[in-house]
Design a protein around this ligand. Structure first.
Ligand code: ADP
Ligand code: MG
Length: 416
């Protein structure tokens, strides 16, 4: 990684501002999925071991610059306190006298969580004054919030103008795993792309086209590709204004010799709802008043056959409307297949909010090589964009080998 990491930071006696991603689901004042809280712990522990005082900061939900009680971070702090077995107080506000007092009392080995940053509209506006105030709380800055690294906000970008900025361990791992896909994936490299729409994923398809050996497309977005190949898709989700883009991508795959698999059969339903009448049809015979809700068994077999030789596999986007269990066979089957492949040593990276949720429902997250925590951020990264929250961190200076050292090394080896 060409950015400095928290391991490069001498944290002894310093106050360190750590931007985390605690945007977690909360119901009745309790965190219902604490995976993001757990994921932040390695960086926190490292800093505590190195003698730092930690100021944690995150957003939660979309309060849009207003104080909304249901978006307070207290439940998260309670969860974190339980996990760390030490008290993590939360300030009443990210700004103000109370916060300043708490900061003045903060000692090495202690933690303080700032209240939801997005209670201030200045956060999302990347307001320099707000960023400077936040920076004033600390001696160094660590970004461990990959999920917001694609946003230039005060706590992800603005603050780095005023503090030395390092990558947290979680962010570092995301950068390393996703860069590996773009820079030197072990071949063959295959990408499985599903989800609702083509529109959000054209740029990813194009950027990966330069790199993959095989593309597998399923989910709602496959419909637009089927139409591009002159099939009809009944009442299915379709982006008519993207058919031309789909044609261009298919042509590109042809030119580059990239295998491009679409579903050869589908589960179609009368309605896209639980309990709706449904049946299996070949992709070229999708009936007029039905909707594609999942890939069919022949497609699933064809996909697995095409993936069999792959040494690296990236998966984003469910292959069907998996929220309805009857329409989730394709998605669940892919999750199980990829878990098996990862177990056998292939590199399997899963990214995207819904695909990750599907993998987690099946309790297969641990099996995968890497589960990307950032939905939008991982896609933007794979589109080939430099994410502002990453670009803002300190660069690692390339380590030059001085000529004198080189000569001495040679001389020594001769003598030996
Ligand atoms: P991710 O979050 O993994 O990137 P997306 O957000 O792109 O995935 O897409 C997820 C959504 O796609 C799910 O809500 C799923 O129901 C929907 N989807 C998958 N297949 C279909 C389909 N055939 N028709 C309509 N929606 C679909
Ligand atoms: Mg999604």
């Amino acid at each position: 990684m060409d950015k400095l990491s928290v391991r490069d930071l001498d944290a002894q006696g310093k106050k360190v501002f750590v931007r985390v991603d605690y945007n977690v689901p909360i119901e009745d004042g309790r965190v219902v999925d604490d995976s993001r809280v757990r994921a932040s712990i390695p960086t926190i522990r490292l800093l505590l071991e190195n003698g730092a005082a930690i100021i944690l900061a995150s957003h939660l939900g979309r309060p849009n610059g207003k104080v909304i009680d249901s978006f307070r971070l207290r439940p998260v702090a309670e969860r974190l306190s339980a996990l760390l077995r030490r008290n993590v107080p939360v300030t009443g506000d990210a700004l103000g006298v109370g916060t300043n007092d708490a900061l003045a009392r903060l000692k090495p080995g202690q933690l303080l969580m700032l209240e939801n940053l997005r209670f201030h509209s200045a956060e999302e506006k990347n307001d320099p004054g707000f960023a400077k105030t936040l920076a004033g709380y600390a001696d160094a800055y660590v970004n461990d919030a990959f999920g917001t690294a694609h946003r230039a906000h005060a706590s992800t970008v603005g603050i780095t103008e005023y503090l030395p900025a390092y990558a947290g361990l979680l962010l570092q791992r995301e950068i390393e795993m996703l860069s590996r896909l773009l820079e030197n994936p072990e071949r063959p490299f295959a990408a499985v792309i599903g989800g609702a729409k083509v529109s959000g994923k054209i740029a990813v398809l194009e950027n990966l086209m330069e790199r993959v050996d095989t593309f597998i497309v399923g989910g709602g977005m496959a419909n637009t590709f089927l139409v591009a190949r002159d099939m009809t898709v009944g009442k299915s989700l379709l982006e008519r204004d993207r058919v031309e883009d789909a044609r261009r991508i298919l042509r590109l795959a042809d030119e580059k010799g990239v295998r491009f698999l679409l579903p050869v059969d589908a589960v179609v339903a009368k309605e896209v709802t639980r309990g709706a009448e449904h049946k299996m049809v070949p992709s070229h015979k999708i009936p007029n008043s039905w909707s594609v809700v999942d890939v069919g068994p022949q497609s699933r077999q064809a996909f697995e056959d095409a993936l069999a030789p792959a040494r690296t596999i990236f998966w984003n986007g469910p292959l069907g409307v998996f929220e309805v269990p009857t329409f989730g066979d394709g998605t669940r089957g892919m999750a199980r297949y990829l878990a098996r492949r990862a177990d056998e040593g292939a590199t399997v990276v899963v990214g995207g909010g819904d695909s990750v949720a599907a993998v987690e429902q099946l309790k297969l997250a641990e099996k995968m090589t890497h589960i990307s925590t950032g939905g939008g951020a991982s896609l933007e990264f794979l589109e080939g964009h430099e994410l502002p929250g990453i670009a803002a961190l300190l660069d690692r200076e390339p380590e030059p080998v001085p000529a004198a050292t080189r000569k001495r090394a040679v001389a020594t080896s001769k003598r030996a």
